[in-house]
Design a protein. Sequence first.
Length: 221
Amino acid sequence: MNKTAIILGATGLTGNHVLQKLIKDERYSSIKLFSRSKIEGLPTKVTQFIGDLLELEQFRSDFTADEVYCCIGTTKAKTPDKTLYKKIDYGIPVAAAKLSNDNTIATFLVISAMGADKNSSTFYSKTKGEMEHDVLQQHIKNTHILRPSLIEGDRNETRTLEFLGLTVLKVIQPLFFGNLKKYKIVNAETIAQAMIELANGTTHSEVIITSDYINAIGHNN
């Protein structure tokens, strides 16, 4: 195969795992990165488009591929302003989905969050839920929305509350069975692998992918 993939958020934890895996994957001859900053030392199969992702429309003519991996996301600590937060967590994925639809990209994968609900009274959950709803409104043929629980991985930043949550979950998650499996911790690399498996598989028709399914797909390789 000579597939082309677009990655949004390749400088982040999960997005970088997707990038490194696709670089090694011989099915992909071209990888396009859209980001605010350049990543050094990448092979020639990677092309980088640098600019403001809040103005994704500027990249319309270059936004062509077989698949889009949308790994964009921020936190309350990094982006306390709710207006800017929504522009990132809602605006960028929805704009990417619209461009994907316009440019006939058949596969779109986006990382959301457990508890996403457009009718939620919680800003974070509501924002993710609205993003999911409007991404689905684009009716892209193969759309997969991943809803991980807490994400584990080596970050370049300290997230105190997230660290505490991971610590607690690691202790109690052996007790999670049945529907509780979706609350289990999921590793960022596992999410990346699951996204690639979903993009290249023919047996995964589910639109909403919870942590238990992410772990199953990502470890089945």
